[in-house]
Design a protein around this ligand. Sequence first.
Ligand code: ATP
Ligand code: MG
Ligand code: FE
Length: 363
Amino acid sequence: SLTLGIETSCDETALALVDRGRLVAERIATQIDAHALFGGVVPELASREHLRVLAPLFDELLADAGIGPDDIANIAVARGPGLLGSLLVGLSFAKGLALATGARLVGVNHLWAHLTAPALEQEFEYPALGLLVSGGHTQTYLIRSPLEFEVLGRTLDDAAGEAFDKAAKTFNFPYPGGKYIDMLGRRAQPDHSMFPRPYVNNDNLDFSFSGVKTAVVNHVEAHPHLRLPRMPEPGEDVETILTEAGVLDEFSLVCSSYNWCIADALRIKVERALRTVADAGVRSLVVAGGVAANSVIRSTMTTLAETHGLRCVLPPLRLCTDNGAMIAIMGERLVNAGWCHDLDLEAIPRGRAVPWDYRRIVE
Ligand code: ATP
Ligand code: MG
Ligand code: FE
């Protein structure tokens, strides 16, 4: 039977249909261009965009799959954490559809869904250690089973994604700029002394990225030529502009060093988390969220998993960032375990814990 996944927590409007853990169809509309003008996600604009595109996107999804709304058995919707107004658009749509078709409604924790996404493409064993690195979150989890997530460490201030995006903004890279730091950094070996690894000289499992974010801003202030002199023309790449300006090598070194210090701080805390839960019998290391697209983080975590005899589970890039498939598969797992919600399901804004408020399915 089909489970629909609806994702509207931030700046992606995404829908997918999943059947027994397999993707059937998916549609995604990104709002990146709408927010790029402002250099970040504008919440009010995000809600309006979700409202504008969601219903047509749903029609396209049904056409792709060759089904009608009544063929959907379960409606899984991201219920938080995320931007409240954006979540409400997805939630209202889900509730209306559930009411109209009689499909079962199930709210999904967006962060658990990120960590479940790789299961669409590969099987892995639990317990797993989860590293969630996204635009708004940096957390480690002990995932005892597909529905048992326990937070071990979390960021005290900014997420790793914010540290990438802020640095990119300081360099004048196009928005969102994390991928440019990754790309340029690959051209150089990191200088380990350029930026201190953030928040590693302690014995806890938490993260902090606001300090290193400030360090890069200060570095650029002291070296003002570390700013992209102009925006790339359509089809032009950033490297060309930096080469013209004679600063490609210096940019590459700074990006590589910055990327290394973030990746290595993540490594230190993940290793510490593994030691902390040594008794749990962890089998896999799952890395998820948009920042899991980062090549240095991917190779660092691959090596770490090898060292510890774990299977390294890295989603393909399209499953790293927000998508509907991860919501659908998480929802399907909940329903299969006998859990659902009623129409009074509420949205949970960023910063608030998502409650376990499911009710048992009674047939
Ligand atoms: P959350 O799930 O916490 O609400 P989000 O879903 O908006 O946040 P994602 O879409 O998972 O976040 O990830 C977006 C982030 O990933 C951005 O900060 C972006 O810069 C970052 N990112 C994408 N590709 C890379 C890369 N190659 N290197 C570093 N960061 C990257
Ligand atoms: Mg996004
Ligand atoms: Fe997300």
